[in-house]
Design a protein around this ligand. Structure first.
Ligand code: BTN
Length: 310
């Protein structure tokens, strides 16, 4: 249990004893964590004896000490940008090191896959990670799936949400999209130079009315405003490990885990792809993250396409 999450959910004071018991630690250890949270800027009233209450959670603090791992530095935070993708690309071309992160509170020209517009109002998490992975271009699609799966995993673990991956790049909760990943890259035939991995998460932003039937926000799903920096910090830590494993062993080590959380698995679906509209049963993913579709004429392996509701 995360102490900050627990205090966020508590309607009033929670005793140090209760916290210690729930967390399976001593009261002194609880106090130590309380001191640390206070040091980070959270206003927490109380003592071990009377209990603790979160008075004011600190706002987002975009600082590299929130990202202790190899990803998230250098950090470039803007209040507004056209698109974090463009800013990250400029930096990639200038030779900025892998791990750099561009974040914007709002985007005026946020974009999604296939040139679609991406609504990027205040409160959402809009960012792009610059990577220089040791991969072949054909492996980048699988990396996008791993990134989406890592978000789904985090949402399941930390918030108990019914999160899953919608091939090839979305995170869904229930029947609605909460996040999308967009990878753009520069490569040779057999070697990637850089990838800008853009992530858009609907957190505390207000969605345009037209999107509300198909998309949702974490704030709405969880009933309270969510700390963007903390979520991102957790994801970056986990993704750094996944990236390492992916560079070493490819998608195969993630295949089962991603398949187990795949929206529409074993269901009849339609897919708009370069081959036209295809229908069949979604069987899963192959060892490179391509979609396996069982059609009347046999099993197809698709590396691109738009998956439509069955
Ligand atoms: C999709 O689902 O089509 C992908 C959406 C990706 C949106 C993010 S927001 C941050 C980054 N900047 C952009 O312009 N797009 C990505």
């Amino acid at each position: 249990m995360d102490l900050l999450d627990r205090l966020r959910k508590a309607p009033s004071y929670v005793s140090g004893e209760a916290l210690a018991e729930e967390m399976g630690v001593t009261r002194a250890a609880v106090y130590k964590q309380i001191k640390k949270l206070r040091g980070q800027g959270h206003v927490i009233r109380g003592t071990n004896r009377v209990g603790y209450r979160l008075e004011k959670s600190k706002g987002d603090r975009w600082s590299t000490d929130m990202f202790p791992g190899p990803l998230g530095r250098p950090l470039h935070h803007f209040s507004t940008l056209g698109s974090t993708q463009d800013e990250a690309k400029t930096r990639a071309l200038r030779g900025e090191a892998a791990g750099g992160l561009v974040v914007a509170d709002t985007q005026s020209k946020g974009r999604g896959r296939l040139g679609r517009a991406w609504s990027s109002g205040a409160g959402g998490l809009w960012c792009t990670l610059l990577l220089r992975p040791r991969l072949r271009p054909a492996q980048v699609g699988g990396l996008v799936l791993v990134a989406a799966w890592a978000w789904a995993e985090l949402l399941r673990e930390r918030a108990g949400l019914d999160a899953a991956v919608k091939w090839p790049n979305d995170v869904w909760v229930g029947r609605k999209k909460v996040a999308g990943i967009l990878a753009e890259m520069s490569s040779e035939m057999d070697r990637v130079h850089w990838v800008v991995l853009g992530m858009g998460l609907n957190m505390n932003n207000t969605l345009p009315a037209a999107l509300k039937t198909q998309a949702d926000t974490l704030k709405n799903l969880m009933g309270s405003a969510q700390p963007r920096v903390e979520w991102l910090s957790r994801w970056l830590t986990q993704f750094a490990t996944h990236l390492h494993a992916y560079e070493k062993s490819g998608f195969s080590v993630f295949r089962d885990r991603c398949q187990n959380q795949l929206v529409f698995k074993s269901q009849k679906v339609s897919i708009d792809s370069a081959r036209g509209r295809l229908s069949g049963v979604l069987k899963g993913l192959d060892e490179d993250g391509r979609l396996l579709l069982e059609t009347e004429t046999g099993l197809l392996t698709l590396e691109e396409g738009v998956l439509l509701l069955p």
